[in-house]
Design a binder for this molecule. Sequence first.
Ligand SMILES: Nc1ncnc2c1ncn2[C@@H]1O[C@H](COP(=O)(O)OP(=O)(O)O)[C@@H](O)[C@H]1O
Ligand SMILES: [Mg+2]
Length: 181
Amino acid sequence: MGLPVAFGQFLYMSILAPQSFECFSHGEEQTERIGARLGELLPSGVVIALSGQLGAGKTHFARGIGFGWGAQQELRSPTFTMVQEHRRNRPGGLDRLYHIDLYRISNDSDLRSLGLDELIEDENAVVMIEWPERAPSAIPRGAIWVTMNPLSETRRQILFASIDAQNWLILLRLRKLVFGA
Ligand SMILES: Nc1ncnc2c1ncn2[C@@H]1O[C@H](COP(=O)(O)OP(=O)(O)O)[C@@H](O)[C@H]1O
Ligand SMILES: [Mg+2]
């Protein structure tokens, strides 16, 4: 005898928000490794919004993405330069990785001079944005959101979400790499 339909639906409904999952990191190296796994999966055109308070681990996560993506140089915090452009060793390759930090953005004219819209529209680039809350209207609706929450000195909750179907497939592949299932 099966479960009553309504009860069965309740049991198998996603416990978190739809199209999202979370994992936990126990240290900065682990955060970088999780980022690297995501970096390996990213095609050009994807926008990643990296959210979380100062010191949450956004830049460490971004560094991991750069490593997995194959950036020629290790990623450093772009807090002062605001945008750092990375390339990888691919003969004739056009692809780019933009690492953007909006922490110091205080108004729309800052955003315009940064050229954020053009960077986001670059179909040959993966675009990672720290402090996306500083430019909410510029972030595409379907972006991959990575939200980092410090739980202790070394533990972080990392929440992944996207309402875009293609990006959610990427996150499902990441979930498989992280949890092995
Ligand atoms: N699990 C963890 N993941 C990432 N960073 C961690 C972790 N545990 C401790 N840290 C520390 O937290 C800080 C995160 O710095 P950073 O990545 O620059 O954060 P953000 O870019 O969010 O301001 C670093 O000092 C790092 O050593
Ligand atoms: Mg940072």
